[in-house]
Design a protein around this ligand. Sequence first.
Ligand code: PA5
Length: 437
Amino acid sequence: MSSIQLHKEHLQQFITSEELSNISKETLAAKETLISCTGKGNDFLGWIDLPKTLSPEIVSSIKKDVEVLTPKSKLFVVVGIGGSYLGARAVIEALQSEFASMEKSDHPYVIYAGHTLSEDYYHQLLQMLDSHDYAVAVISKSGTTTEPAVAFRIIKAHLEHKYGKANAAERIIAITDARRGALHDIAQQEGYQTYVIPDNVGGRFSVLTPVGLLPIAMAGYDIDKLLKGACDMRDICINNNTLEDNPALMYAAIRNLLYRKGRKVEILENFVPNLKYISEWWKQLYGESEGKEGKGILPHSLSFTTDLHSMGQYVQEGERLMFETVLSVAQPHNRVEIPMDAQNLDGINYLVGKSLTEINHNAELGTILAHVDGGVPVLRIEVPTVDEYVLGQLIYFFEFACGVSGYMLGVNPFDQPGVEAYKKNMFRLLGKPGYEK
Ligand code: PA5
């Protein structure tokens, strides 16, 4: 099966082959630190072997849950924030039609909660839940995060009112720590179906655990293929020790070289809008892993060609502080051609018979060439097509590269101490006991 490929032909005027060869030793050392589990945060490396070690019983149990809940649920509410929801949303939105709706779907339509505190959002959500059958996955590794806790309290009350307490409990699945946290205690007491997030897998690295797999399977996608893609990419990442043969090492090396040359912002770009949430997941992965101790590349994202008409000017001619990583999809699933129009009033008959992908690929190449001319280094990740197998590869590729890149930067890529700061203020402002001063 074809694999994602890294293309660096548009970097030639920004990085020399000598510079790449000089950084390769350091990149390999970072990889060794990662896979020998000898670096900072080494108690959170369970994700490295997950695609190989995830128990088949867990996958079977997820499929059973899908079988049981699908006939009785039009909607599936995923309650979680950060790593407890972005991976699932990234995969589901990459695979589902832009025009998907619960009316058309054979599977429950997945919607999200716990990622916002907007009152209007929950008011609208509850209105939807009033008129449709639904089930819920509540996901929190710590089991104590305020946003999902608040959302779950509201939704649990609604569910119990709608179906009665015992029936509601059969529509709730909790995914949390094996031993600790309020969510763990609620799930035990209420007798919910429960999955464990392994101790050694952090939130943003948890998409290949039930955190991601359950919602993705519930939406009707093939989690075996997703895991197979991740497994195959794991083999590539673990077994290859040259930058040329190991795309994750090459990616980590290039981004650190560019960072050291003053490129402090990386823009992940797509030319197909269904990859938007892959970028959101990637931003969390790299932002939380690297943004610490006053260091780190700022991850940003754009969806082209849409954003060429809003941010294109800045990328072309603004401050030269960024580099771009283009997610370039080779093959679409469908063909749409430009039809003939005898009058040609719009002047686009020169495109007749061309597919939209042919036009889009030329837009992509034209953009890359323009930005390189404008002084922006561009790296291209070629994605053969958007399916479960390739998304599994992409997820593992970005995770592995993130671990290597974080060690090259000299930080602990597996903690997120800065996320606590706003919580303390919020708790004090809201009068949470113990946070008065
Ligand atoms: O990567 C992380 O660990 C975080 O972003 C968490 O995923 C996020 O804060 C949600 O935490 P929890 O799953 O404990 O509710």
